[in-house]
Design a protein around this ligand. Sequence first.
Ligand code: SAH
Length: 219
Amino acid sequence: MTGQSQGPGPEVLMQFLFALRSRGVTDKAVLTAMEAVDRGRFVKGIFAERAYEDLPLPIACGQTISQPSVVGLMTQALQVTPRDKVLEVGTGSGYQAAILARLARRVYTVDRFPQLARAAQALFAELGVPNIITMTADGSCGLPDQAPFDRILVTAAAEDPPPQLLAQLKPGGIMILPVGQSDTVQTLIRVHKLDHGYEYEEIRPVRFVPLLEGLAKDG
Ligand code: SAH
């Protein structure tokens, strides 16, 4: 039986933070947020014991929880401030959303799998995270009712930035997302919305599950 995570313990936590720093996660606020969120609570069963290694791991519905250093680099690139309203597309385990919630005013997170959205919502309640709103939705359309957003983070790869997400970003806002064909190398990019137009910047190669259209059926 694998019980609920008791947290990483001081030595493992130090190694976890060291690995993040050595891979370029240097922002203090991001490191503090990642120190506070126990990744062991977001992975289940046999994978829980590998929660503090810098690896992506399988979660339910054939999806993955991202590698901690990639979560850190994406969060850092997003430049979240405490006043921000953030949209995350691709709740997955909820790990990334829990980190964003420590940095932002409010986080909306959506997944196309009802099962993943429900499980993450229950976990946020258990962990006492007050400022995440979790929904089942096709995030490629964004969340028109809650738009505009100061920041948007997409954790599944699209061929191009979805136009509806670009439209739901505030002027001055930032969106981080992987773009490119699935199954090949994708590029993590930063989109800065200007008063007139957008500025695009490549960050690094990454590999994510594809951003798929429509809701998924549980099972
Ligand atoms: N951020 C997650 C990892 C996400 S894996 C974490 O911290 O664990 C990518 C997730 O994107 C998967 O759960 C997948 O179901 C979801 N996804 C893919 N296409 C989507 C879409 N169009 N709308 C919402 N979620 C989507």
